[in-house]
Design a binder for this molecule. Structure first.
Ligand code: FAD
Length: 315
């Protein structure tokens, strides 16, 4: 690949990396290099319409990092697989596509704790700009953005049972088009919205944000390349090495690490340094105290398209 200078290097073409690349490439003249450890999202199941095929992706070694938990004391010492996407789109290529922003009070609490710019009203414009919501534009929802978000209004028999159970327990049910990503989440049973096209094809961030910029002249995508080191000049990150380690030979003005579970050096030496590592004091911080979902498969067969319902609390 060309070793001409890049202005920005983004490590990881996952959920966040594709969005950051899209905005930089579309909105600025910056020369952007996006480096991804995995390859193209060519497995059909990544783009399928049904939930069972999604589940098949969680154990697919060609697009997963293959992590397992520590032996779990409460599981008689067993370990469990932890799915993490290693492919264009990262985890958004293998995830369940549930679109839930979370509760506005959490954002407000982060802002109150000193995180400037993180109140719900301040992050709302970004949520809106990102999405193309089937229900159309409103104070809370956006239309015309790259990420398709749809209602799920084809109740499966399992979902109907869950709704009936919720009602029996006294929870309000407002039907499949209740928008829990708007002003209230209240004590109701609702259907998750999903990041899918209107004809139910999965929309990863690669589909939504990476595909549209792939041919842009200020964009370079490097696949199947594991970044092993960030190169510094003093306190300033100026480049990266990728595996097998070799300098790329450019000076970048900015480095973005786009992975909630950052992996920088392989094999990973960072946990040995303690639970928290300041890589550049005050600039990049990574924390090791992972609390994640684990997936327990009982070998059952999912037959419903979207058998998921849940209850929220007041927003
Ligand atoms: C099975 C599963 C189901 C989920 N379901 C949902 C859901 O329904 N709704 C929801 O909102 N969230 C869901 N999530 C969570 C959501 O997908 C993640 O929180 C989100 O994708 C994380 O985005 P990210 O950009 O931080 O990381 P990722 O999307 O993981 O992106 C990181 C990228 O960086 C690459 N990378 C890592 N290290 C290197 C390196 N050294 N060099 C080069 N590249 C590297 C990785 O290969 C990956 O592509 C789910 C997650 C999983 C695993």
């Amino acid at each position: 690949m060309s070793t001409e200078g890049f202005d920005v290097v983004i490590v990881g073409a996952g959920s966040s990396g594709c969005v950051v690349a899209h905005r930089l490439v579309q909105d600025t003249d910056a020369r952007v290099l996006l480096i991804e450890a995995g390859g193209p999202d060519s497995l059909p199941a990544i783009h399928n319409t049904d939930v069972p095929s999604t589940v098949s992706l969680w154990g697919e070694p060609s697009i997963n990092w293959g992590y397992v938990t520590e032996p779990q004391a409460d599981l008689n010492g067993r370990t469990l697989p932890v799915a993490r996407g290693k492919v264009w789109g990262g985890c958004s290529s293998i995830n369940a596509m549930l679109y839930a922003r979370g509760n506005s009070r959490d954002y407000d609490a982060w802002a109150e704790a000193g995180n400037t710019g993180w109140s719900y009203e301040e992050v709302l414009p970004y949520f809106k700009r990102a999405e193309d919501f089937e229900g159309g534009e409103s104070h809370y929802r956006g239309a015309g953005g790259p990420l398709k978000v749809i209602y799920h209004d084809e109740p499966s028999p399992v979902s109907e049972r869950l709704f009936a159970a919720g009602k029996e327990l006294g929870y309000e049910t407002r039907g499949p088009r209740f928008d829990y990503n708007a002003e209230e989440q209240c004590d109701t049973v609702f259907y998750y919205q999903a990041t899918k096209t209107l004809d139910h094809h999965r929309t990863s961030t690669a589909v939504a944000f990476l595909y549209p910029i792939r041919d842009k002249s200020n964009f370079t995508l490097l696949s199947d390349a594991v970044v092993t080191r960030i190169l510094f000049s003093g306190n300033r990150a100026v480049g990266v090495e990728y595996g097998p380690p070799q300098p790329i030979g450019f000076e970048a003005t900015d480095i973005a690490i786009s992975d909630e579970h950052t992996r920088i050096a392989m094999p990973d030496p960072l946990p040995a340094l303690g639970s928290e590592v300041d890589m550049v004091p005050g600039q990049i911080r990574t924390t090791f105290n992972l609390h994640d979902d684990v997936w327990i498969s009982r070998g059952g067969r999912l037959v419903d398209r979207w058998p998921i319902a849940a209850r929220g609390s007041s927003q």
